[in-house]
Design a protein around this ligand. Sequence first.
Ligand code: CAA
Length: 390
Amino acid sequence: MKIGIDKIGFYTPHMYVETEDLAIARNIEPGKFTIGIGQEKIAVPPITQDAVSLAANAALEILTDEDRDAIDYVIFATESGIDHSKAASIYIHQLLGLNRNTRSIEVKQACYSATAGIQMAKGHIALNPESKALVLGADISRYGLQTSGEVTQGAGAVAIVMSADPKIMTVESPSAYQTEDVMDFWRPLYSDTAFVQGKYSVDKYIGFFQDLFTEYTKKTGIGLSDLEAILFHLPYTKMGLKALKSILEDVNEADKTRLLANFDISKKYNATVGNIYTGSLYLSLLSLLERNTTIEPGERVGLFSYGSGAVGEFFTGILQPNYRKSLFKEQHEQMLTNRTVLTVAEYEAQFNDTLPVGVENIDLPTEKDPATICFAGIKDHMRQYVRKNK
Ligand code: CAA
């Protein structure tokens, strides 16, 4: 049975800051951010967007009534969770009006968890071929003002419907995966910004990619010449490029040219949104699918998923007949071009506009946020969401 991605939605907040402006404000040569790091824009979330509302907005555009009836598993992948106990997927279940007979959970393993969700959904559909699963990857990446990771912040969500006979891409078996206990990136419970050993995280990521690609080739016999593109988890776009280049040294020119050209297409959305943590690999997939003009149905792409801490996986997918017709390309392009640019001072004000710790009741200004679904505040310690009528 073919199982894989049937639909893929995406949402990012309506505000961003230019990395060039940020560089100037931080007394850094702009080329370091735009070329050395490879980021153009950083999405800036208002206080009225959190992981739940980002994911709900991403899913809203893609779900039909037929999907709502068939979805019986919601897997919410995030490392920006809003509650230690209740799964974010339950808020989504209510906001999207999903079927009562649904299993809803939240999963965590840094930026790897959406891939865990995809593989769990695949197993579920193999046992229940009529079912569909909704996999959400939503995060707000926060390193802090004037930190070395600041330029690699971002915010956004992807929503993926997994099904049998998918319209966009099958997910092939087997895959290669591995775990190693490393402290390259983490966020203790008391902190709303991440801790990172930046250079160490880059070394670990590249090492995982090389190990997993070798392991995958050993398991399947599939090599570089069988892949149209390799997609990467992209905390910042230069990181994926470094990993890709690390395996291209002794490769023939045709493979090298194709893989580098398609990498270029696959990084575009990520370069203008920033790091969305667990959704980042799938944002890169979306960028490739929506922006390429040459990749034909039947062709195979590789995907490298990495979550600090660390877990990694390399797997492949085959693009399906007419896959372009199932994309929401115009909506995504419009969303990205209609955003509002902030000055660095305005971005800093948004960054510092956080909820008071332990607040029992608060109303938030959802009228300033053009998103359909917003985080509206807290009532008796319970988070409130609003779905505006549009
Ligand atoms: N023009 C062009 N390029 C320039 C330049 C200029 N004027 N000035 C500098 N550069 C280049 C440098 O040569 C360097 O390129 P290479 O990496 O190819 O050598 C690049 O710009 C960056 O320069 P530095 O290494 O000096 O930058 P830095 O010390 O500020 O560190 C960083 C960069 C390590 C990426 C830092 O931004 C960071 O720590 N970011 C966060 C790290 C991160 O995102 N890691 C991934 C986390 S792991 C993960 O995936 C997250 C998860 O699971 C949740």
